[in-house]
Ligand binder design. Structure first.
Ligand SMILES: [Zn+2]
Length: 441
């Protein structure tokens, strides 16, 4: 029997060749309802996992899906058409474009995307060039990226544990659990660390940074990473900022949800939205959230009677789900009558708008942080990052860095926000906006 014949036999009986395209979500942040996803030749009908089991008003969330991140194998040489029911997607897909990658590092936008009737589809103009491809709603930010990042900055002299954290920057563990697909999610270390210049003493402005409140809002995690990169960059503005301010960082609130591919809830409590339960977890089984907000309260105690302690600024990093014809935005609660932070944002990030929240829920992190029973934050921000078609990791991190520069201008009371540095960054950002418009309109 020749090697060729054995090869033929192998191809004929290998399960991948028999089944055509196969799917998997068995990895950090993976999410696809594999059992209900169907393949017909090169036509794939995707179904998302309905991980948030909240029912009723205002819509039946339990009937919707949001986060997608899966592997498709057996695609080499195939021009695959992916489609899904757009009415079951919690968000606006009208001008959205999915991304793909052969290595989970370099991501590309699909060539074609759009909605016809109730069907959203996306495809490329040319066939896939490798057998195995990863496809996601937007740039994924798995748990491992955050833990690797924390590892990479641990020994930086500006980084130290918060008072409630161990020397390894750990405040406790998530509950883990079993997800909706029956997969076990192991309990994970929850991180907290402080960034400041320890050689600069005296009273410092306090800033709290929180990320990953909503498991699927991966773009906010890139924004937070960009802010941290800026703080530790050694740039003159960052050095000035770290001499007069200290940052308390809680990088990923919903680690179990991020790992398990959930979008708002966790395997421990699939019904409740993590960002509606700050200060209110009793009886709800929300271990990671409770561990984190208790650590924040212990790290930055506010004295209600002396009116001392707590934090000055609180920033919570999120992502949103279209439409991309709208600009990125942030929500803010600010005691400052001069609105200095907003004014600096308007100069540094002119493409980003301040937007009113339609409903402010008391259990939202940014609202919770302003109470005088918690942190008494005088400026509390929800930074929303969008998956505009073409947006890269570098773009998102740049925006995060500019939020940092806006804090610098605000805390150091930079009188004219048109210094050389901000002007050059402003120019870069304008070029980026122009390029984006050219490419996608
Ligand atoms: Zn969110």
């Amino acid at each position: 029997v020749s090697a060729f014949a054995i090869g033929l036999l192998f191809v004929a009986f290998s399960p991948v060749a028999m089944a055509g395209i196969t799917f998997s979500q068995e990895f950090d942040s993976g999410s696809l309802d594999v059992a209900n996803t169907t393949v017909n030749g090169n036509q794939v009908q995707l179904v998302g996992r309905k991980t948030w089991t909240k029912t009723g008003y205002p819509i039946n969330y339990a009937d919707h899906y949001r986060w997608f991140y899966f592997n498709a194998a057996g695609v080499n040489g195939q021009q695959v058409d992916f489609s899904m029911n757009s009415t079951k997607f919690l968000g606006d897909l009208s001008d959205h474009v999915f991304v793909y990658s052969y290595d989970q590092v370099n991501w590309h936008y699909f060539d074609n995307a759009g909605i016809v009737g109730n069907t959203y589809s996306f495809s490329n103009n040319t066939p896939f060039t490798q057998d195995s491809v990863y496809v996601a709603y937007s740039l994924p930010y798995p748990v491992s990226r955050m833990t690797n990042y924390v590892d990479s900055i641990k020994s930086n002299p500006y980084v130290s544990p918060t008072p409630s954290a161990s020397a390894d920057l750990i405040i406790g563990q998530s509950a883990g659990g079993v997800d909706d697909c029956g997969r076990t999610v192991d309990p994970q270390d929850l991180y907290a660390f402080k960034i400041t210049n320890p050689a600069a003493t005296g009273d410092k402005t306090k800033v709290v940074l929180v990320g990953g409140n909503h498991a699927c809002e991966t773009l906010g995690s890139f924004g937070l990473e960009g802010m941290l990169d800026f703080l530790l960059s050694g740039a003159p503005a960052a050095e000035e900022l770290l001499a007069s301010a200290e940052f308390y960082v809680y990088p990923m609130v919903n680690m179990d949800g991020r790992y398990a591919g959930y979008y708002r809830s966790t395997p421990e409590n699939s019904t409740e939205d993590t960002n509606r339960h700050w200060g209110n977890t009793t009886g709800f089984n929300m271990t990671q959230l409770e561990t984190i907000y208790q650590a924040i309260l212990a790290d930055l105690p506010f004295d209600e009677f002396l009116y001392t302690g707590g934090t000055d600024y609180f920033l919570d990093f999120h992502g949103y789900f279209g439409p991309w014809s709208d600009p990125d935005y942030y929500h803010i609660i600010n005691d400052d009558p001069e609105k200095t932070f907003q004014n600096n944002m308007a100069v540094l990030l002119p493409g980003i708008q301040e937007k009113e929240l339609e409903i402010v829920h008391g259990g939202m992190a940014h609202k919770w942080a302003t109470r005088d029973t918690t942190l008494n934050a005088s400026c509390s921000v929800v930074a929303e990052f969008g998956a505009h078609p073409g947006t890269t990791e570098a773009d998102l991190k740049e925006i995060g860095a500019l939020y940092g520069l806006a804090l610098h201008h605000t805390i150091l009371e930079v009188p004219e926000p048109t210094t050389c540095l901000s002007l050059s960054i402003l120019l870069l950002l304008m070029l980026f906006q122009v390029a984006r418009r050219k490419i996608f309109k």
